[in-house]
Design a protein. Structure first.
Length: 269
């Protein structure tokens, strides 16, 4: 190997041949300096720069993908704000399509005139129902002197009677009871609180009517207890202001429970 021959990777020798004889200089050395220099392709550092650039691009792409993945995952966990979603939807929808969607969207029936009128009618009907109920006329009261109840009635020492109830029964409220019967040497008829009675006396044995009792009750009746006898007739005024007639039909024996059986008529006020 000629020591003057260039090695691989070394810089190329000067491009111009050395000056000398055209026959190559020394005759005995087969050309010497007269031979043309071989063409050598020198390797440059451009390949290294290309690889470095490609590697940098790849690393940047990987970093971008990872960053996008992390940001996307964080957005999915936290949720997209409603304003952002609305903005994204609006920007993604063409303006023409958006207006068509607004025109074609079903309207709320509660805002339509028909629905409003229906609601008003319903509310009006509901509000007018109590008024109609309140406006319903009540049955007319019975004229004064009309018989409200008539029949036999037992009044005992332990069972007072309220003549204002139909039929007359013992009231759980003591002050509402009109008459009681108790023993005191005989059978005594005791008027209750606010109740008055009078013994009807007539020479013709006439049974007193409503008008007869109404005429004498205010001036002759008292709240005093009266001893009972069979056949005795009483005109009475209850604590609710009704007039009544009581006729003694039967009295129990003194040795048994104190009781009186009456034929009773109660008139309306």
């Amino acid at each position: 190997m000629n020591s003057e021959e260039p090695r691989q990777g070394w810089p190329a020798p000067p491009g111009h041949p050395p000056t000398g004889p055209s026959n190559g200089g020394y005759d005995g050395y087969g050309g010497g300096y007269g031979a043309p220099a071989p063409i050598v392709v020198a390797r440059t550092s451009s390949h290294r720069g290309a690889w470095i650039g490609a590697g940098a691009t790849l690393v940047a792409a990987v970093i971008g993908v990872v960053g996008t993945y992390l940001v996307s995952g964080n957005s999915d966990r936290n949720g997209t704000p409603p304003a952002a979603q609305s903005s994204a939807t609006t920007s993604a929808t063409p303006s023409g399509g958006e207006s068509r969607g607004s025109d074609d969207a079903p309207s709320d029936s509660s805002q339509s005139p028909e629905a409003t009128q229906s609601d008003e009618a319903t509310q009006s009907g509901e509000s007018s129902a109590p008024a109609e109920t309140a406006a319903t006329p009540t049955p007319p009261a019975k004229p004064a002197g009309t018989v409200e109840w008539q029949g036999p009635l037992a009044i005992t020492f332990t069972d007072d009677k309220d003549l204002d109830s139909v039929p007359p029964v013992e009231s759980e409220i003591r002050d509402e009871n009109d008459f009681s019967v108790y023993p005191f040497g005989g059978h005594m008829l005791q008027p209750g609180d606010g109740v008055k009675a009078l013994v009807w006396k007539d020479s013709t044995n006439k049974t007193p009517s409503y008008e007869d009792c109404a005429r004498d009750i205010d001036t002759m009746a008292t709240s005093t207890a009266t001893e009972l006898k069979t056949g005795m007739v009483f005109c009475a005024a209850t604590n609710d202001g009704r007039l009544a007639r009581l006729t003694v039909k039967e009295l129990s024996a003194p040795s048994t429970e104190t009781r009186g059986i009456f034929d009773v008529v109660v008139w309306s006020r």
